[in-house]
Design a binder for this molecule. Structure first.
Ligand SMILES: [Zn+2]
Length: 162
């Protein structure tokens, strides 16, 4: 990148690099690399070198990168399943199932709130990864997303296309 600018230690603090938020200066390694104490979006704190932050050599904590790899395998497994979106209060779960009635029962079992199936696409399981990516900025937890009616419209109109 031909980065010739001389940075001050403080310049990095408070900045975000991918999932990392730089909290404070950590240490300088023997080879002269600056390390920063960084917080991943998931809350994990770890020290990351300035060059890895700037170049994107490290984008997130080990947990998160591990989860993503694991998730990819799950997406592949679910391709032939049905895609559903279930609303609970202001949260929406985007997932796949082979039996929607059974899935609703399972979610209801651990949940005191009303559930509503707002989208159900037979054999559209391969779209799960697409929608998880599409709404990643609205991700809440697990397969739950903070969506609104417009988002559901988008799924309903585009959910069957791809
Ligand atoms: Zn993380």
């Amino acid at each position: 990148m031909g980065d010739t600018t001389k940075y001050k230690v403080e310049d990095m603090i408070g900045k975000s690099f991918n999932k990392w938020l730089v909290l404070s200066f950590s240490h300088k390694s023997k080879s002269g690399n600056w390390f920063y104490s960084c917080k991943c979006e998931c809350g994990t704190v770890s020290s990351v070198s300035a060059s890895n932050l700037r170049t994107g050599g490290s984008k997130q904590c080990k947990n998160c990168s591990g989860k993503q790899n694991g998730r990819r395998g799950i997406y592949a497994q679910n391709e032939g399943s049905d895609l559903y979106v279930i609303r609970c209060q202001t949260y929406y779960k985007i997932g796949t199932t082979k039996n929607i009635a059974e899935r609703v029962r399972t979610i209801k079992a651990g949940n005191p709130f009303e559930l509503e199936v707002v989208y159900y696409g037979l054999g559209k399981g391969k779209m799960e990864e697409y929608w998880h990516q599409h709404f990643k900025d609205k991700h809440h937890d697990g397969e739950w997303y903070c969506l609104d009616e417009n988002d559901i419209d988008i799924i309903n109109t585009r959910g069957c296309e791809i």
